[in-house]
Write a protein that binds this ligand. Structure first.
Ligand SMILES: NC(=O)c1ccc[n+]([C@@H]2O[C@H](COP(=O)([O-])OP(=O)(O)OC[C@H]3O[C@@H](n4cnc5c(N)ncnc54)[C@H](OP(=O)(O)O)[C@@H]3O)[C@@H](O)[C@H]2O)c1
Length: 244
């Protein structure tokens, strides 16, 4: 049985976009721990590209710095031929404000949707039919007017229409003291919400509590890798306890 699992894992190559993020770096670590050949994508314009390159290489990952442009990304995925593509990137209002100070316009539409769609198109064009593991968000639903959620709803729709095998994960707060950016408001909100949910759970609202409880990058990453490698997870949208 163990030999069979090792054989299955050895067949995989994972391409991780958003590898430098709080969740992405843990996904790289979890993939390598599982024995999966892992290509970590680091954007070429990253101010810390050298440090990330060294960090991922030390873990045993390959590092790719293809620019975020359709033909280049398609050529890379055609060469790497991943069996798994992880889409773990996204901006925040704070990042968008920082980019604007450098004259760059960033938004949920251009990064969370736009770059993920570029990756999806490249995955389709590669001909490798990788399983696309998409990190979406709790609360996504059709018709939402929230810009953050609607970027994800749109991408989920495109993913279903793409014909690629997929898994969608919809976590609530992804947070912990090990995040580089302090994000104090996010952590405080997660603490308050976790406390309220624990009361709700005791009062019987267990499913609601499970769906909205916060998780850490490491816990989410191990769930994403488990789902990515599970043939039974094909086409699933996973949230709550399924991501713990
Ligand atoms: N945090 C939460 O509570 C939460 C909850 C549900 C869903 N999510 C979603 O899950 C995903 C990952 O979350 P996270 O907290 O792990 O993210 P994170 O730590 O903020 O990392 C974001 C990743 O996206 C990349 N990125 C951001 N802007 C980019 C741009 N303009 N061009 C190219 N790459 C860019 C970053 O690359 P650089 O390092 O090079 O900047 C980094 O790899 C996001 O889509 C997020 O919205 C988050």
């Amino acid at each position: 049985m163990i030999a069979h699992i090792q054989e299955v894992v050895a067949m995989h190559t994972a391409f991780v976009a958003g590898a430098t993020g709080y969740t992405g770096r843990e996904v790289v670590r979890a993939l390598l721990a599982a024995g999966v050949r892992t290509v970590a994508h680091v954007r070429p314009d990253s101010a810390s590209a050298g440090a990330w390159r060294a960090r991922f290489a030390a873990l045993g990952a390959e590092v790719d710095s293809t620019p975020w442009a359709g033909p280049a990304m398609a050529a890379t995925l055609a060469r790497v031929r991943p069996t798994l593509v992880f889409a773990l990137l996204g901006t925040t209002r704070r990042r968008a404000r920082a980019a604007a100070r450098h004259g760059v316009t960033e938004s949920y539409a251009s990064v969370d949707y736009g770059l993920t769609r570029l990756l999806l198109d490249a995955a389709v064009a590669s001909g490798a039919r990788p399983r696309f593991v998409y990190l979406s968000s709790a609360g996504v639903h059709e018709g939402t007017r929230n810009a953050y959620l609607s970027a994800r709803a749109r991408l989920e729709r495109d993913l279903r229409a793409s014909g690629l095998p997929f898994v969608v994960a919809r976590p609530a707060f992804v947070t912990g003291p090990d995040r580089d950016e302090p994000r104090p408001l996010e952590r405080a909100a997660a603490r308050v919400s976790d406390a309220a949910l624990s009361v709700a759970s005791r009062l019987g609202a267990r499913r609601l509590a499970a769906r909205w409880r916060s998780t850490s990058g490491a816990a989410l990453a191990s769930a994403l890798v488990r789902l990515a490698l599970d043939p039974g997870a094909e086409g699933r949208v996973v949230e709550g306890d399924g991501l713990r």
